[in-house]
Design a protein around this ligand. Structure first.
Ligand code: FMN
Length: 206
């Protein structure tokens, strides 16, 4: 079984990467394969609601940035772990732009798979960012991997997060809890979740 870890920071080897590496190390120790992808620091587009992904599911119409490179990996992943630095109390903008497009265009390949969010910050705003990162999971029947604390680690300059002993412990607990769930379920998406009703969108006006 394999978990896909997404590093949303513009720093390839910054604090978010350190937090994700601790999760990956724990997963690997439990026999779970991991792949970490970095969203990079090149420009990414936001969703323009063009609806082209309804015609061509599994791909965003914009093919000139990292989005489709990441969503292509969803299918072969049994779990998703997303890490973001906290920017103004939110996940960073580039990561949100990528994830909104990847989840919207490729929802069938992530739905029902376990997911965890990790927010990394200097001092504050991490819980708000963490909550925002968990919202798509809750709309896609993705079981959320919890820990012994919220999925938060602290640090300012790249590297400092190694000094956050409790944060690192939280990351290991995420890894252990995710490995436990994957082993229990054999990586099958949302086993035991009853088949849902056919979706009845209403928009509250009809
Ligand atoms: C634009 C910007 C906004 C930030 N906003 C916050 C914030 O709201 N709260 C906070 O504690 N740290 C904030 N930080 C600090 C980063 O979250 C922190 O340095 C983090 O460790 C960076 O992770 P990275 O090394 O993976 O990029 C901000 C940094 C930047 C560049």
């Amino acid at each position: 079984m394999k978990a896909l870890l997404i590093n949303g920071s513009p720093h390839k080897s910054g604090n978010t990467s350190i937090a994700l590496a601790e999760v990956a190390k724990t997963l690997n120790a439990q026999g779970i394969e991991t792949e970490t992808v970095w969203i990079g620091n090149k420009p990414v587009r936001g969703c323009i609601a063009c609806g082209k992904c309804f015609e061509n599911p599994g791909r965003c119409a914009f093919d000139d940035d990292i989005c489709n490179r990441i969503s292509e990996k969803f299918k072969d992943s049994d779990a998703i772990v997303i890490g973001s630095p906290v920017y103004y109390g939110q996940p960073n903008g580039a990561l949100l732009a990528v994830l909104q497009r990847a989840f919207f265009s490729c929802s069938a390949n992530v739905a029902g798979k376990p997911a965890a969010a990790i927010a990394v910050c200097r001092r504050g705003g991490a819980t708000a960012a963490y909550e925002a990162m968990n919202l798509p999971f809750q709309m896609l029947n993705m079981p959320i991997i919890t820990s012994q604390y919220w999925g938060i680690a602290y640090g300012m300059n790249p590297g400092e997060t190694t000094q956050d002993a409790e944060g690192m412990q939280t990351m290991r607990a995420i890894g252990n809890n995710l490995a436990w769930l994957l082993k229990k379920t054999g990586g099958q998406p949302a086993p035991g979740i009853p088949e849902g009703e056919e979706w009845t969108p209403t928009n509250f006006i009809r």
